[in-house]
Design a protein around this ligand. Sequence first.
Ligand code: CP
Length: 353
Amino acid sequence: RHHVLSLADFTTAEYDTVLQTAASFQEVLSRRTKKVPTLQGQVVANLFFESSTRTRSSFEIAAKRLSADTLNFAAATSSMTKGETILDTAKTYLAMGTDIMVIRHREAGVPNAIAAEMDRLGVRVSVLNAGDGQHEHPSQALLDLFTICTLIDPANPRLELLKGKKIAIVGDILHSRVARSNIWSLIASGAQVHLAAPPTLLPKLFAEYFSEEPRARSQELLAISPSSPPAPPASPAPSSSSSPTPQLFLHWQLEPALQDADFVMTLRLQKERMTAHLLPSLREYHQLFGITRTKLQLCKPNVKVLHPGPVNRGVEISSDLMDDPEFSLIQSQVTSGVAVRMALLYLLGSGKA
Ligand code: CP
């Protein structure tokens, strides 16, 4: 693999390679020096056309821990304000000797377009998708996976640890690239994935999204007919008797998703991507779908809660729960992000991906 643009076609071996490489970098990060010379001489360019706190800083520190040189670009202070195009911007960074481009953009497909242009030019530059529109956020899903797997088996994190676990993904599924990438990895692990959202925040074309090539395997796993209507409340995705056990369940209420859940992934309400009619009021949303201590009582006793950040405190999750280390993995997710992004940069930069 030369680029990481999506998790749709990631194999179990690839997930395990990322998890195990991240675990070895986690060990490096626990040392006093925290640094290895692995990517010395290579250039990592963070091309962020959309705002970010954790992803951009995390890729930057990950590259620095690997001894790479880093370039940081922000569209608002770049020559794009003078009319330069995205592809010309990427080619400018290529001409400066960039080896890995980390791309975030508010539109889906921009990292793919830049990767295609690099391939067309015949240059060996890797492109990492750091979040594109409502499409995917692969490094976030990989760090979520690493956070959960290292909690279960710190010495040997691997995909199969999630087999049979119940994982609820709650909130603004419609706009969430994080949810899309997480669904690919969780389905690949054999987990039972329960999506819960108000009907206005659940994609109507969800089934179609998962039925497109190269997603045939997932279509079979998800047991969703491409022509399925929007999901009915609190029921498994439609399946036929010959289909495998469904792994993806869609709910319009929170409770069936939380019942006996091992992990709850909360998602940010992406107000910036919403038109007014999509949103229940924030108070209504918190009342119906916000995660609180009381609602967590439906879950397994040792349930853990994740959130990719940034968080709307008191909306997706109650403020006290967010800060409670007994339940909240939110800070661990951020910490895991550095080791996981080191793993991705290392695997692409050393040609071992
Ligand atoms: N989770 C995430 O992508 O956060 P940032 O937007 O701060 O990078």
